[in-house]
Design a protein around this ligand. Structure first.
Ligand SMILES: [Zn+2]
Length: 325
């Protein structure tokens, strides 16, 4: 056990050294060169819930001292990412509507703002969130997946583009824009926020929901947390990052609401924390137990991955208001 633990620690350390030897990148959000290497991200064996034949290089996790963005570098080439997205399961992103804590929080924020208006959902899939709103809203969507966009259109959603980049030339203005689990998939989240602000009327709301790169799993597991290991996740934001970036794109923060995606009883949440705490101290201890078939600690994908932590309060919903034209 002692030998196994030592070898795992030395491989963890040499992994980190390999990532750190890469040339330090500029921050993809603010362009600053004052970036810090956090650690090597383990290679991934799944992309968007779909197994891949050859492990995908994780790259390194970096943190920007300028804007507080955390980001993966190097990333997989765009052509490979596009190919992998096309291979992925169409249903990989779908969670039953009644389990979407972020949608419930967003509906509450929108209801506080008003009962009607025009709304754009970026990454609307087949329009499920938009269709859950009250009838007073004129619903629009942006969606890359053609089959899902076609279903949304059939359900009465006006599809205005396939990609958020197309918003730069869009002439309409909306009272609200939403983007759930989208910002972590783009290389430059500041650009996404700016494009969203461009299509908002002054006083309109932007609502984003994503992982929180300052939450407990990140502080404990750093570059080895599962959110980071997902190879389709490129950039990682936090409420602090939102506060830093908002004024530069004409937005102000109305509220920040941390949430858990899965509610579990207190004892289950405590067990989740203990497993991850043990892993943070000794990944080999968890791997050792898994190899011996300790069921509750098993991971469906890889023996040396961090334990799943479904009850972590590691997401947040940020509500912004557009401050000027
Ligand atoms: Zn930055």
């Amino acid at each position: 056990m002692a030998t196994s633990s030592t070898s795992m620690h030395s491989s963890y350390a040499s992994d980190n050294a390999r990532g750190a030897s890469s040339v330090a990148p500029a921050c993809p959000g603010c362009g600053s060169r004052t970036v810090r290497f956090v650690g090597r991200i383990p290679d991934a064996v799944e992309f968007a819930g779909h197994s891949v034949e050859v492990p995908l290089s994780g790259g390194g996790l970096w943190s920007c001292r300028g804007c507080e963005l955390m980001f993966r570098y190097p990333t997989l080439p765009k052509s490979m990412l596009d190919h992998l997205y096309n291979q992925g399961s169409e249903e990989a992103w779908v969670t039953p509507s009644e389990q979407r804590v972020d949608w419930a929080l967003a509906r509450a924020a929108l209801a506080k703002w008003g009962k009607s208006g025009s709304i754009l959902d970026i990454g609307c899939y087949d329009g499920r969130f938009l269709l859950s709103l009250s009838a007073g809203w004129k619903r629009h969507g942006v969606e890359l997946n053609h089959a899902a966009a076609a279903r949304a259109a059939t359900a009465g959603i006006s599809i205005v583009g396939t990609d958020f980049a197309s918003l730069a030339t869009f002439e309409g203005r909306f009272d609200a824009v939403t983007a759930f689990d989208v910002i972590e998939h783009v290389e430059n989240p500041a650009k996404l926020l700016g494009e969203c602000a461009t299509v908002l009327r002054p006083g309109g709301l932007l609502i984003i929901a994503t992982g929180n790169a300052r939450s407990l799993p990140w502080r404990l597991l750093r570059s080895r947390n599962m959110y980071c290991i997902c190879p389709e996740h490129l950039a990682f934001v936090s409420p602090q990052w939102c506060a830093n970036i908002a004024p530069s794109v004409g937005l102000e923060i109305v509220s920040v609401l941390p949430y858990r995606r899965v509610e579990r009883p207190l004892f289950a949440r405590a067990f989740d924390v203990i497993k991850s705490a043990v892993y943070s101290l000794s990944p080999s201890a968890i791997a050792f137990l898994r190899r011996r078939g300790v069921g509750r600690l098993s991971h469906p994908v890889k023996v040396d991955y961090p334990p799943l932590w479904p009850s972590a309060r590691d997401h947040f919903l940020a509500v912004f208001r557009k401050t000027h034209a």
